[in-house]
Design a protein around this ligand. Structure first.
Ligand code: AMP
Ligand code: TRP
Length: 344
């Protein structure tokens, strides 16, 4: 007769720790760009919040990535703090997800080096964001810009996450992450799941100019956590249907950014669009209503944001705890990868 199995006191093998619950993990990274704007929330953060109830959720403020464009240490620190407070104010709950800062888990950069060795340079050179940065910061085409997507892949796969909530502008990066995973798994054996992008129903939010993606660097944001007067000014400055000159001209809600944004702030958006189409309402009325609704919708989040900003030590504690909790998983994945690559 065999004796009953004794509980093992030996530590679980690295592979087992890294693999635990991985199929149910979601991960996303966000730049420390300061206070979150409407595009961040509608395009990505809403999904971060939703997915924290459905999966084991990990969210990261990517300060290593930000160094490719932000070179002032104090600015970087302040923006990291503002983004952390924004995410918590908008609904990330440290009881239901892990929130941390990328550089607090330095294993990401070691894994990025290891993944770099399976990544052809040609894949990186054809990345749309790399090409854009070559145009937008021609005097600072640093190596980090080229290798940016490899670090992004490392961020995701170090936790073996399979779902990645992002806006549409990240689709090419996610595709590259999948290619890097395939290249690694082909060379060293099945190790990482291929991560899938998850989009909201507003995968690209246009800025106040009505043509380009809403983005801090373009100065066309609606700053949802700012004081109401600023939000109102930003909304009132929005470009609407440029062919509607006179108040009596019929509008085209399908090309009007203001009308499109109403979809997310009230069930009556079809009526609002109809008002524009028939010239029953003017652009100014529609903008005023949108400003009121955005201000009302985000008022509780703004209150939480101000409270968090008044207690930076609370935010710092959450971020520290987040990074500490991830250590065993990050270390276990690295141990497994080193072993497979012949480093141990
Ligand atoms: P970033 O600040 O570039 O790190 O963006 C953070 C997240 O918000 C990413 O998932 C982006 O894809 C998403 N995002 C940023 N701007 C927009 C936008 N204008 N529309 C939709 N999603 C966006
Ligand atoms: N590149 C992303 C952005 O600019 C940020 C990012 C870094 C990210 N690592 C990630 C997004 C991992 C998703 C998963 O928004």
């Amino acid at each position: 007769m065999t004796s009953p199995a004794q509980p093992s006191t030996a530590p679980a093998p690295a592979e087992a720790v890294a693999a635990a619950a991985t199929s149910m993990r979601t991960f996303s990274g966000i730049q420390p760009s300061g206070v979150a704007h409407l595009g961040n929330d509608l395009g990505a953060i809403r999904n971060y919040v939703r997915l924290q109830d459905e999966y084991e959720a990990i969210y990261c403020i990517v300060d290593y990535h930000a160094l490719t464009s932000t070179h002032d240490p104090e600015v970087l620190r302040a923006r990291t703090r503002d983004m952390a407070a924004s995410l918590l104010a908008l609904g990330l709950d440290p009881e239901r997800c892990t929130l941390f800062v990328q550089s607090h888990r330095p294993e990401h950069t070691e894994l990025a080096w290891l993944l770099a060795t399976v990544t052809p340079v040609s894949w990186l050179e054809r990345t749309p964001t790399y090409k854009e940065k070559r145009e937008s910061q021609p005097d600072d085409i640093n190596h980090g810009l080229l290798t940016y997507p490899v670090l992004q892949a490392a961020d995701i796969v170090i936790y073996k996450a399979s779902l990645v909530p992002v806006g549409r502008d990240q689709a090419a990066h996610l595709e590259l992450s999948r290619e890097i995973v395939r290249a690694f798994n082909n060379r060293y054996g099945q190790t990482f799941p291929e991560p899938q992008a998850v989009f909201t129903d507003a995968p690209t939010v246009l800025g106040t100019d009505g043509v380009r993606k809403m983005s801090k660097s373009l100065g066309n944001t609606i700053d949802i956590l700012a004081e109401p007067e600023l939000i109102r000014r930003q909304v009132m400055s929005m470009v609407t249907d440029t062919q509607r000159i006179l108040r009596t001209d019929p509008g085209r809600p399908e090309v009007c950014n203001v009308c499109q944004l109403h979809r997310f702030f009230g069930l009556d958006y079809l009526e609002i669009q109809d008002g524009e189409r028939t010239a029953r309402t003017g652009c100014v009325d529609t903008k005023k209503l949108l400003a009121d609704r955005i201000i009302r919708h985000y008022a509780p989040a703004r209150e939480r944001y101000l409270e968090l900003q008044a207690h930076p030590e609370q935010v710092a504690g959450i971020l520290e705890e987040g990074a500490d909790g991830l250590r065993p998983v990050a270390e276990a994945t690295l141990a497994e990868v080193r072993e497979k690559m012949g480093l141990r």
